[in-house]
Design a protein around this ligand. Sequence first.
Ligand SMILES: O=C(O)CCC(=O)C(=O)O
Length: 266
Amino acid sequence: MSSTKLKLALLQMDIQIGEPEANFIRAERMLTEAVSAGDKPDLIMLPEMWNTGYALDRIHELADKEGVRTREKLAAFAQEHGVLLVGGSIAEKRDNGVYNTIHAFGRNGEELGAYDKIHLFRLMDEEKYLQPGTQTGTLALDGTPAGMMICYDIRFPELFRKLALSGVKAVFVPAEWPNPRLHHWRTLLQARAIENQMYVIACNRCGQSGETVFFGHSMVIDPWGEVIAESDDREGILTAEIDFAIVDEVRARIPIFEDRRPTLYE
Ligand SMILES: O=C(O)CCC(=O)C(=O)O
């Protein structure tokens, strides 16, 4: 039987706004560092919009065309090192628009899934520059169903519940979540894990762009709501081990999916 466990490495990266070249170099350095550690991870994850940051006024010029550069680099890395890779999200130009898109890869470099951010964040003018996704995002991790969301999406519990009902046992959340809303970030991520009895794996950026400070605090939260790993506000790699068997145990202990009364509230 294949293992239910996965070792994770979350790359909490400082992103240079509007500097894809610098960001690619930094991402490659951190990816290499992650696989060079003694305890090699099974899965590596990057933060949101790591290629460009929120350089929205130049996003049509800076975004990765059809995601080709990112996909080629990440697929080759996944294959070379035999790791799963949730490639954070990138600004991707496609069909005359720019999307905030995750690409995820399997251990042979095959693309496991993609997701375009559904809920665009008006506080940062995303809706003026980006196109919204129109589909939820799922992938299979060595056979286990998982979901993908991006940053602001965590404010929409319906999205998590939909994925949980479809059998998802973990959700990956790349983010660029800034000050002063650390309490929202931590509370929402923990609530989503508890109410859906699943792992929530969230990789935030750190550093500062203009006046905006990103506090990091990437987190891995188990299906009981325990924070099993959390970064501080500095650049670095957060590691944790998850075990999908714990999802089944928690769902058996408090059987919320059997106790739901959807006819009363859906
Ligand atoms: O919802 C928030 O407070 C932050 C969301 C955000 O920064 C984003 O979606 O990029």
